[in-house]
Ligand binder design. Structure first.
Ligand code: FAD
Ligand code: SF4
Length: 526
C-alpha cells in the first residue's frame, strides 16, 4: 500500500521502528515551514539548528535507501503550511494511507487530528518511541490525588525502571541528594573545554535571511555549536559523562560571570529533537558511574538522572494532563509588560545582563539562570505570563512547548497556582549573591532595599509578597517569609513599595526596538 509518513522537525529519531525496513511504497515527508518559524520570534540558532538537523536527518534516510520528500524553506513547491503541503504530497504520490508520529505539541496534535478527520484515505498514528512514559501515564499515576508532587512521580519512575534501585530501595540510601547539590563555583576549578563541532551553516543562514524570517540573537555560522546529527549528540553526551558528570550535582545551582555552561550537559536540544533518547542518556551516565565509582559520587549521578527521568517526564505528563487550559492560566493575575531589556540585554543589573546576554549569544542559559534570574525578575515585576512564555519559547534552542510551558508558566511564574511548584520561586538579591558572583561587580548594592543604588530584586521581592498576600499568605511554605514581611514597619514598607513601583514603571517605559515615541505613549496608555 502506498503510504506517506510525516516526520516533524522535533521527531528525528533514527532508531524508530519505522526505519527498520526499506519500502519503496513509503514516502517520508519533512517540511521546513513558516507556520513553525513564525508562531513566536525564535532565536536564530534555534531556527538554524532545527533546519540543519532536519536536513541532515533527511540525507541520512536517503543514504539508507528510504524515499524522502524534503521541502526547504525557499523551495518553490513549499506552501509553508503543514496541511497544504501534505495534501499536495498525498495527491502526487497517490497515497492510500497517511501515517504520522504523535506530536509532542498540543497545537500540532490538534492540527493533525483535524486534518485526518477530513481525509478520504486511511490514517494511523504511532508513538515516537522516545520518552519513558506515555502521554497519559502521569495522569493515571496521580489519579484521585490533590497534589502532583514530582518527587513521588520520580521515585515511582526509579522503581518502575529499576534505575539506581536495589531491592526497591534507593541506591546510596537516599532517593534525593538535592541538599548536597548547592555549592558555589570557585574560579580556580578547571572545567575541561568542549571542542566545538565545526558545523558550517552559512547556506542555511543565507536561506533564512532570504526568506526574511524574523529572529533574535547571534550566531557563528562557521562553527555552529549545537549537535545536528546523532553522532554529534553522542559526542556531546560522552564529553559530559567523561568530564562534567563528576561535579554536575555539586554546581547544579551555581552561577558565574566567566561561565556559560559550568557542569551542565547542554544535551536538551539534541534530546528534544530526539537525536538521542532519555534512556540512552541515562544508560550512558550509569555506565560511566559504575566504571568510575571511585571518582564519581552518587549525588552527582542521582542529581542528573532526576532531571531527565524525573523533571523531564513529569513536565511532559503535566503538559498533556492540563492542556489546553494550562496555557491560559494566570492565577496571580499578573499584567505587566516584559521589560524591553529581555530582548536586548541592556540593563545595569549584572545578573540579568549576564543571563540575558548568554541567552542572546548562545540560545542557552542553564536552569538556575532561567529560574532564579530571568524567571525570578519577571515574576517579581508581576509580568503577564503570556509575555514571559513568548520570550522563553523563542529564545532557547531547546524550547518546545511541552517542556517550555510547564517550566515557565508553572514552575517559574506560579501562574498555575501551585500545580507544579509548591511555592513561587522568588528571591531577593541575597540568594543570587549566595549562588554566584554577579553581585561582586554590579553597580547595585545587594544589601540595600530603598537607597538609590539598592538592588532592585530587594524592593521588588517585598513588594511582590505584599501585593500577593491574598493568593500566597495561606501557603504554609511561605509562612516564614510572611512573618518577616509583617516585621517591616508601615513607613518602610511604603518606601519599599514606592521604589518597586518606580522600577517596574521605568523598566517598560524604555522605547522598544522599532518603536516610535507615539507607539510608546499608546502602549503605556493601554
Ligand atoms: P542539564 O542541567 O545538564 O540537565 C540535563 C537535562 O535534564 C536537560 O537537558 C533536560 O533535558 C533535563 N531537565 C533539567 N531540568 C529540567 C526541567 N525543569 N524540565 C524538564 N527537563 C529538565 N528545558 C527544555 O528542554 N526546554 C525548555 O524550553 C525549557 N524551558 C525552561 C524555562 C524555564 C523558565 C525554566 C526554569 C526551565 C526550563 N527548562 C527547559 C528546563 C532546563 O532549564 C533546561 O532543560 C536545561 O537548562 C537545559 O540545559 P542542559 O541540557 O545543559 O541541562
Ligand atoms: Fe543582581 Fe542585585 Fe546582585 Fe546586582 S546586586 S547582580 S541586581 S542581585
Amino acid at each position: 500500500m502506498k503510504t506517506v509518513r510525516l516526520i516533524l522537525g522535533d521527531q528525528l529519531n533514527s532508531n524508530h521502528s519505522w526505519f527498520k525496513d526499506i519500502n519503496e511504497n513509503i514516502l517520508y515527508c519533512i517540511f521546513e515551514m513558516r507556520q513553525e518559524t513564525d508562531y513566536v520570534i525564535h532565536h536564530i540558532q534555534k531556527v538554524t539548528g532545527f533546519f540543519a538537523a532536519m536536513r541532515s536527518f533527511s540525507k541520512e534516510l536517503n543514504e539508507k535507501g528510504h524515499s524522502v520528500k524534503y521541502l526547504s524553506i525557499l523551495d518553490k513547491e513549499n506552501t509553508n503550511s503543514l496541511t497544504k503541503n501534505l495534501n499536495i504530497v498525498l495527491e502526487k504520490f497517490q497515497a492510500e494511507k497517511f501515517e504520522y508520529l504523535l506530536p509532542d505539541e498540543y497545537r500540532l496534535d490538534k492540527q493533525l487530528k483535524v486534518f485526518c478527520k477530513d481525509l478520504s484515505i486511511n490514517n494511523e498514528v504511532y508513538e515516537t518511541e522516545h520518552f519513558y512514559t506515555k502521554r497519559e501515564e502521569l495522569a493515571t499515576f496521580f489519579k484521585g490525588k490533590k497534589q502532583f508532587l514530582m518527587e513521588n512521580f520520580y521515585r515511582n519512575m526509579r522503581k518502575k525502571h529499576q534505575i539506581l534501585v536495589i531491592n526497591d530501595q534507593p541506591e546510596g540510601g537516599k532517593w534525593n541528594f538535592d541538599k548536597s547539590n548547592r555549592k558555589k563555583w570557585k574560579e580556580n576549578t578547571l572545567i575541561p573545554p568542549f571542542k566545538s563541532f565545526d558545523n558550517n551553516v552559512e547556506n542555511i543562514l543565507a536561506e533564512i535571511n532570504k526568506a526574511e524570517i524574523k529572529t533574535i540573537g547571534k550566531i557563528n555560522p562557521k562553527y555552529f555549536e549545537y549537535p545536528i546529527n546523532r553522532d554529534q549528540a553522542l559526542i556531546q553526551l560522552d564529553y559530559f559523562c567523561e568530564n562534567l558528570l563528576v561535579h554536575f550535582g555539586d554546581y547544579q545551582d551555581a552561577m558565574h560571570t566567566n561561565q556559560i555552561y559550568l557542569y551542565h550537559s547542554r544535551i536538551s536540544f539534541a534530546m528534544n529533537i530526539k537525536l538521542i533518547s532519555p534512556k540512552e542518556v541515562i544508560e550512558k551516565t550509569l555506565e560511566i558511574y559504575r566504571f568510575k565509582k571511585e571518582e564519581i559520587e552518587i549525588a552527582q549521578v542521582e542529581g542528573f538522572i532526576r532531571q531527565i527521568l524525573g523533571w523531564r517526564e513529569y513536565m511532559r505528563g503535566m503538559y498533556w494532563n492540563f492542556m489546553p487550559d494550562y496555557k491560559k492560566l494566570n492565577e496571580l493575575n499578573n499584567k505587566n509588560k516584559l521589560p524591553e531589556f529581555y530582548w536586548t540585554g541592556k540593563t545595569k543589573m549584572n545578573c540579568l545582563k549576564n543571563s540575558i546576554n548568554n541567552s542572546l549569544d548562545n540560545s542557552y542559559a542553564h536552569h538556575i539562570q532561567r529560574l532564579m534570574i530571568t524567571g525570578n525578575y519577571a515574576l517579581l515585576a508581576q509580568t503577564n505570563p503570556d509575555e514571559v512564555d513568548a520570550w522563553y519559547l523563542g529564545i532557547y534552542a531547546d524550547a518546545v512547548e511541552w517542556v517550555q510551558l510547564p517550566n515557565t508558566r508553572g514552575m517559574s511564574q506560579f501562574a498555575d497556582g501551585g500545580k507544579i511548584a509548591t511555592k513561587p520561586y522568588v528571591s531577593s538579591g541575597s540568594y543570587i549573591n549566595k549562588m554566584g558572583n554577579y553581585c561582586d561587580s554590579c553597580v547595585y548594592n545587594k544589601k540595600e532595599k530603598i537607597t538609590k543604588d539598592a538592588c532592585p530584586f530587594n524592593s521588588l521581592y517585598w513588594n511582590f509578597l505584599d501585593d500577593k498576600k491574598k493568593e500566597l499568605s495561606g501557603n504554609f511554605r511561605m509562612g516564614m517569609m510572611y512573618s518577616l514581611l509583617r516585621k517591616i514597619t508601615p513607613e518602610n514598607l511604603f518606601k519599599i513599595k514606592e521604589k518597586a513601583a518606580h522600577i517596574i514603571a521605568v523598566s517598560y517605559t524604555h522605547l522598544r526596538a522599532h518603536e516610535t515615541p507615539e507607539h510608546l505613549v499608546c502602549r503605556l496608555l493601554l
